[in-house]
Ligand binder design. Structure first.
Ligand code: HEC
Ligand code: HEC
Length: 364
């Protein structure tokens, strides 16, 4: 159960953008071999990238950690699969060096595609389907007239949720609802405050768990235990979720914002913006062409092995204090998925900044 809560907390945490704080960076400074016992391939990479890299490997092969590891003895090389995995790490690096000018084009997933045994033949047809896969209907794009610019897409979004003036009139939100995961429902509260503070409490049957971003750095914990700081990558993702006026801040957060080829999300034609910035996860934003609303954000967390995607789908936009906000969002990762459904929102309820700060002792 504790394991589950920890995973849930971690998943929510990573769901919660901001520059890497000095604090978070200091926590990062150690290398993998300084923290772990048996590092060969990952030598020199930051210690806090080992776990994300492992998640990438496990998801790429569609296996659990114990496929390669002896439980509670992660340093042991007892399993053949772990030794093979090391050889595969060296092979993959060599392919990228020799064939892709050092760019990480090939990853574990390129060959494995979610299986421990890569397939090396094209499959036979399973039905009388047309020989060629049906072409995805080409996005009509904007055949007539000019393509929308980055500024137009963002302006339309801001207007769709109520406009900058209405946005600025709200400075905090106390939201109550539930988190839906694996068929179970857990009550939760999400407290947010401008410019970028956020606190999430999940009321689990075994006790409360918390994830927060204090405006500079993220932390997480569960009742009766010491809180822990998020890694720099978790913190950056968490800070992005905490941006209270995201629509007004996107260009500042991502100075290199580029329009991508339009895509469809759940039947809705979307404009795409791709953003990158040092110290932040790369993002891909999907805006509904007709309503202008943000329907999806995909964040990419870099690991030494490849990028782990986190997709957040926003839905059920409703008015809250003169601004339209999503009352439902679904966060999906290669290893997990949950939905948060908000029932009630109190706008501008007074919230003390100390609420978001990491407690010095155990979390209460
Ligand atoms: C396909 C095999 C494979 C899977 C699956 C895998 N690992 Fe690993 N893991 C490795 C290899 C190989 C290393 C050693 C890397 C090196 O040499 O730098 C390693 C190292 C580690 C270490 C460092 C241990 C030490 O003290 O040296 C930890 C911790 C770890 N893995 C955790 C995990 C977790 C957690 C999961 C599941 C999410 C996981 N691994 C899944 C292959 C795997
Ligand atoms: C260029 C293609 C390719 C890439 C890239 C690749 N693999 Fe593999 N991998 C294979 C093939 C092919 C096999 C099966 C070999 C066999 O059956 O003997 C395999 C087998 C394995 C196995 C053994 C599975 C078992 O059933 O014991 C592990 C573990 C593994 N790969 C891990 C990885 C990891 C981790 C990465 C990324 C660092 C990776 N592979 C990248 C092609 C690839």
């Amino acid at each position: 159960m504790r394991m589950f809560r920890t995973i849930l907390a971690a998943t929510i945490a990573a769901a919660v953008l901001a520059p890497q704080s000095a604090r978070a960076q200091a926590a990062d400074a150690k290398t993998a071999e300084q923290v772990y016992k048996n590092i060969v391939q990952l030598k020199g990479t930051p210690a806090d990238q080992v776990q994300p890299a492992m998640q990438f490997i496990a998801a790429s092969l569609g296996v659990n950690c114990t496929f390669c590891h002896v439980q509670d003895k992660m340093e042991a090389d007892d399993k053949g699969a772990k030794k093979t995995a090391r050889e595969m790490m060296a092979m993959t690096a060599a392919i990228n060096t020799n064939s892709f000018r050092g760019q990480r084009q090939v990853t574990c997933y390129s060959c494995h595609r979610g299986s421990s045994r890569p397939v090396n033949m094209p499959p036979v047809l399973e039905s009388d389907a047309p020989a060629a896969p049906a072409m995805a209907a080409a996005a009509p794009g904007t055949p007539q007239g000019q393509a929308a610019t980055v500024d137009q897409i963002l302006e339309k979004y801001v207007a769709a949720i109520g406009g900058a003036d209405a946005m600025k009139k709200v400075t905090s939100r106390v939201m109550t609802g539930k988190i839906l995961t694996g068929g179970s429902e857990t009550p939760l509260e999400v407290i947010t405050k401008a410019p970028n503070m956020r606190f999430t409490i999940t009321h689990n049957s075994a006790g409360d768990s918390f994830t927060a971003f204090d405006g500079t750095a993220g932390w997480m914990g569960s009742a009766g235990r010491a809180a822990r700081e998020m890694s720099a990558a978790e913190s950056a993702a968490s800070g992005l979720d905490a941006e209270f006026y995201l629509g007004l801040r996107v260009k500042e957060l991502f100075p290199q914002l580029r329009r991508g080829r339009p895509e469809t999300v759940a039947g809705a034609e979307c404009e795409i913006l791709n953003g990158t910035a040092p110290g932040r996860p790369a993002v891909r934003l999907y805006f509904d062409k007709s309503s202008g609303l943000l329907l999806r954000m995909v964040r990419y967390a870099d690991t030494p092995m490849g990028r782990n995607p986190t997709q957040i789908d926003y839905a059920d936009y409703r008015d809250a204090g003169g601004v339209k906000i999503p009352f439902r969002w679904t966060l999906s990762r290669p290893n997990g998925r949950f939905t948060i459904q908000i029932a009630e929102v109190k706008s501008n309820a007074p919230v003390d900044d100390r609420r978001f700060a990491k407690p010095a002792g155990d979390v209460k």
